[in-house]
Design a protein. Structure first.
Length: 455
């Protein structure tokens, strides 16, 4: 009897301790007003709140987790949605998500040192919608979101998609009649003449959406407005993202009108301080045309403004190989300009190498003068030149005499040591003794590690 009593109290104690643990974790989450991902802060530390949420989820059974999806705390709800998205839990997910349609409670989301404010309902929809609902349920709830004119951003992805149905059109039309710009845009994909007056109102409401709506039925009747719009933005002192949709629409006309508009952007009528943004938008609009119609613009954008990507390089290698190779060689004369486009620089070097173009002079220039990002591309492709070329070795020595950035000097040390040359090894040992005080403290062990093999 005595043993039974002791056993009873032990079981009661552990059950109570277990329950208290869940409750304390729950309260910790409820006291927070921010959802923290696993790593937070500039120094990238593991979030204690994240670990608490993970522990809570692991302690709860399926029914408890479903209950927590309707918790009063948006932090609790979002963490539960985050962790159970990939769990095979049986529940009426359609009803659960239906209840989130009007969940507009704002919540801070923190990832490393980046924070954003979003609706809890949006987070839950984006996390669970495609993983928990079948296609029929997805279409039903999409229709409900539009019918109820939800303020969730998730509904915009529905309206901006190519999804169409009679029921969805009717719900969208009702919302559009109330002046909702995204709903008005969504009508364009149905191509109904009676909706044209509504779509025309986007000129004043949201020009970016208007340009996108016009893409569904490109027509010459739009050209006067587009020409006026181009004239209006020529003197602008700040660029707008709506220009990307404008230039895309203009490019898709694929006629003399397109070139007329593009020529304005290249002219001296445009504000010179932001001309590069006009040209970048044009590049994005025409770079996928492979019929030759915009080749002159693509050549100019590459040759004079360094707008190029891997696909354009491949395109011109096939369409005009001599031009492509000559232009790549010119690009390498000032490869620092590709510090934000290192993938293209890397591809250009490889392309020249594959076409048996001599690269030594380009590497000498890059090793001597380039900043870290493009310098690294040259070092990563050092196999494209003769390993022990004296001119390359001299260029590296020249750079090392003044360089203190370890991301430049360490690769040079490592490469020169790999040559296994006694004279070079002696030079490096003397150089390190001379410059040791100017190197950053954290990098010194790296230099020592490289040099220990030659001492």
């Amino acid at each position: 009897m005595r043993k039974r009593i002791v056993l009873f109290f032990l079981i009661f104690f552990y059950v109570s301790l277990f329950a208290q643990s869940k409750e304390s974790l729950l309260e910790k989450l409820r006291e927070s007003n921010c959802f923290e991902y696993k790593m937070i802060g500039f120094a990238a530390e593991e979030s204690e709140l994240y670990k608490s949420a993970q522990e809570l989820v692991n302690l709860c059974n399926d029914d408890e987790l479903i209950d927590l999806l309707s918790d009063k705390s948006p932090v609790v709800k979002c963490y539960v949605a985050y962790f159970i998205a990939d769990k095979d839990i049986k529940a009426n997910w359609y009803e659960i998500l239906l209840n989130e349609i009007n969940d507009y409670e704002r919540l801070c989301f923190m990832y490393y040192d980046i924070g954003e404010i979003s609706y809890a309902g949006d987070f839950i929809f984006y996390r669970l919608f495609s993983k928990k609902l079948n296609q029929i349920e997805q279409k039903k709830i999409e229709l409900e979101l539009v019918k109820k004119q939800s303020n969730l951003y998730f509904v915009e992805s529905i309206l901006q998609s190519d999804e169409k149905s009679d029921e969805l059109y009717e719900a969208t039309r009702i919302w559009a009649a109330k002046g909702n710009a995204t709903a008005i845009f969504s009508l364009a994909k149905y191509g109904k003449k009676e909706d044209i007056p509504l779509i025309e109102t986007l000129k004043d409401k949201d020009k970016a959406l208007y340009f996108q709506a016009c893409e569904y039925s490109i027509d010459d009747s739009y050209k006067p407005f587009l020409r006026e719009y181009m004239i209006s933005i020529l003197p602008k002192t700040h660029y707008s993202n709506e220009w990307s949709y404008f230039y895309k629409l203009v490019a898709d006309y694929h006629d003399d009108f397109s070139k007329e508009i593009f020529d304005m952007a290249f002219s001296d009528k445009v504000n010179k301080n932001i001309q590069k943004y006009h040209l970048e938008f044009i590049f994005d609009a025409i770079k996928n045309f492979s019929d030759g119609y915009y080749d002159d613009y693509l050549r100019t954008l590459w040759l004079q403004y360094n707008f190029v990507d891997i696909n354009i390089i491949d395109y011109f290698i096939k369409a005009d190989k001599d031009f492509a190779l000559e232009n790549i060689k010119k690009a390498l004369e000032n490869s620092n300009k590709y510090f934000m486009n290192t993938d293209s620089l890397d591809y250009m070097i490889k392309t020249l190498y594959e076409n048996n173009v001599e690269l030594t002079d380009s590497f000498i220039r890059g090793i001597k003068k380039d900043l870290v990002t493009t310098f690294e591309i040259y070092m990563n492709n050092i196999g494209c030149i003769q390993k022990d070329d004296e001119r390359i070795i001299d260029a590296m020595k020249t750079r090392l005499e003044t360089e203190t950035n370890p991301y430049v000097s360490l690769p040079l040390y490592k490469y020169l040591v790999s040559l296994n040359d006694k004279e070079i090894n002696g030079y490096l040992i003397k150089l390190y003794k001379k410059k040791k005080r100017s190197y950053t403290k954290w990098s010194l062990p790296n230099y020592e590690e490289i040099l220990k093999t030659i001492r």
